[in-house]
Design a protein around this ligand. Sequence first.
Ligand code: PMP
Ligand code: GLN
Length: 380
Amino acid sequence: LLGADGRLAPTIFAEMTALATKTGALNLGQGFPDEDGPRAVLDAAKHAIDHGRNQYGPARGAQELIDAIIEHQRRFYGIGLGRGDVLATAGATEALAATMLAYLNPGDEVVVFEPYYDAYAAVAALAGAVLVPVPLAAPDFEPDIDRLQRATSPRTRMIIVNSPHNPTGSVFSEETMRHIIRVAERRDAIIVTDEVYEHLVYDEQHVPLASFDAARERLVSISSAGKTFSVTGWKIGWIMSTPERIAQISAVKQYMTFVNGAPFQPAVAVGLRLGDEHFDTIVASFARKRDILTRGLRKAGFTVHEANAGYFVLADAAPLGVEDAAELSRRLPELVGVVGVPLSAFARPSRRDLRSTMRFAFCKSDDTLHEAAARLAGLK
Ligand code: PMP
Ligand code: GLN
């Protein structure tokens, strides 16, 4: 995370995408699709641009987007929200940063589940907060509740939950969610839940934390359009919480981007209102992609952890005689023309158990994945 000068360094995703661009290797490093999302959503953005939606929009987000988010929560989860419960943001990234900066003071402790998405650690550092990782381990990557309990203290201000989880592809069980809520209650901590992969769940059921009544009063829920509609570059995200917390977080957000993505917000509203067919199709198609890559990696000699959700699969290179996946990641483009990222980028160096594992993205065309599988077979 931090460079030699103690400042934040370029993310592993930027570094690995630059490596893929430089070497012409297949980029299974950064999680973005190489195929477009639904035509109706893309056309809606063009329509918005052609019909004057090009200036600053309302501070909380375009009304159609707010209303579509409310409808979406009712349709998929039976959760009732009001207009004051929602804030549109520049992706989940800004949603996370604005929420963390709104609540964290220097010295506050933030519990995360490790491996963790890098932004949690980076923003905690920007806020002067102390990151407290609770390890998740193979094969199921579910947190040990005793360890979670022991990791908290009177200084615990926030617990960040990310289910479906990047990078492990796990989905926390309902029982785990209930334990997390109980621990948060005991410490009077805020729960921030990052659910950007909510619609990419293959073998399990996504249960949003907001569907647990006990969580409501301490919960900030975050999602975004990037994965659900394959528009990661649009950076439209949203926060759902109580009106009081939305007001506090908006106060921070207004000095980050103020507002963002004017023509993309109504287009995402169109996406959220698409028929069930879209949501069923993405699950089937990403599950197929996961299977293509999982088979390829297994054939190439990796030990692959079953991904139940998300964009990524974890592959342990230890059976190939690899100890350090960071080194393998740097060499993989020249060895076989494929880029992935080391799992160590999502954890502290003390996590020796994660050292030989890589994360590969399967959110790519079937052709790209078949080609990657063929190339990886050359590693043996
Ligand atoms: N959280 C997780 C777990 C992610 O994987 C990502 C990356 N795409 C984000 C947040 C950021 O989402 P966005 O692109 O909407 O900012
Ligand atoms: N979330 C994406 C990933 O995990 C990348 C986002 C980014 O580049 N910051 O690969």
